[in-house]
Design a protein around this ligand. Structure first.
Ligand code: IMP
Ligand code: MG
Length: 181
């Protein structure tokens, strides 16, 4: 750790995250028995979560990643998507699970859900590591939630602030000193 790193508060340990990911994997395993599950991880933030989650699911499944770029600032998304890398696999007749890092206002995930509902997939559901429910401006129900957290701007375990901190194994809140929240 260097002196230039901003103050941060530990919110979730690596152990807490791993335990919850294991539970989510078991739940998804039960719910998708006999289905053709496709995990679509949303880059970049969900890359670690999706990698851990798919290993906690005891089913045959397919995995792909989509990338979205939305208008907005470093800490607040507008939810207006200006670029989308479409999945490379055929979703026809499959059950799509969108795997997101954080649902905040809800704008991004609502856009994505509506986009994937236009595909001939059987179902589209949402799994998010963190749900910031109290900040919602667009109504959306997250089907599988890791943690309900409304405290601060979170980094670590894939979550970034200006592309930093994604590699931290735990989740921290950046202190107001450096955060706009
Ligand atoms: P929404 O469209 O407002 O729901 O924004 C969701 C996106 O904003 C997430 O996919 C994250 O990329 C980003 N985001 C929201 N809150 C945080 C946070 O606390 N830390 C890191 N990224 C965040
Ligand atoms: Mg994101």
């Amino acid at each position: 750790m260097t002196a230039s790193l901003p103050a941060r508060e530990l919110i979730l340990t690596s152990r807490q995250i791993q335990d919850r990911v294991e539970e989510l994997g078991q739940q998804i395993t039960q719910d998708y028995q006999g289905r053709r599950l496709v995990i679509l991880g949303i880059l970049n933030g969900a890359f670690i979560f999706a990698a851990d989650l798919c290993r906690a699911i005891a089913l045959d499944l397919e995995i792909d990643f989509i990338r979205v770029a939305s208008y907005g600032t470093a800490t607040v998304s507008s939810g207006i998507i200006r670029q989308l890398k479409e999945p490379g696999i055929d979703l026809t007749g499959k059950d799509v699970l969108l795997v997101e890092d954080i649902v905040d206002t809800g704008a991004t995930i609502v856009w994505l859900r509506d986009h994937f509902r236009q595909y001939p997939a059987c179902s589209v559901r949402i799994c998010s590591l963190v749900d910031k429910k109290e900040r919602r401006t667009v109504p959306i129900k997250v089907d599988y939630t890791g943690f309900d957290l409304d405290r601060g701007f979170l980094v670590g375990y894939g979550l970034d602030c200006a592309e930093q901190y994604r590699n931290l194994p735990a989740i921290y809140s950046l202190k107001p000193l450096t955060s706009v929240f």
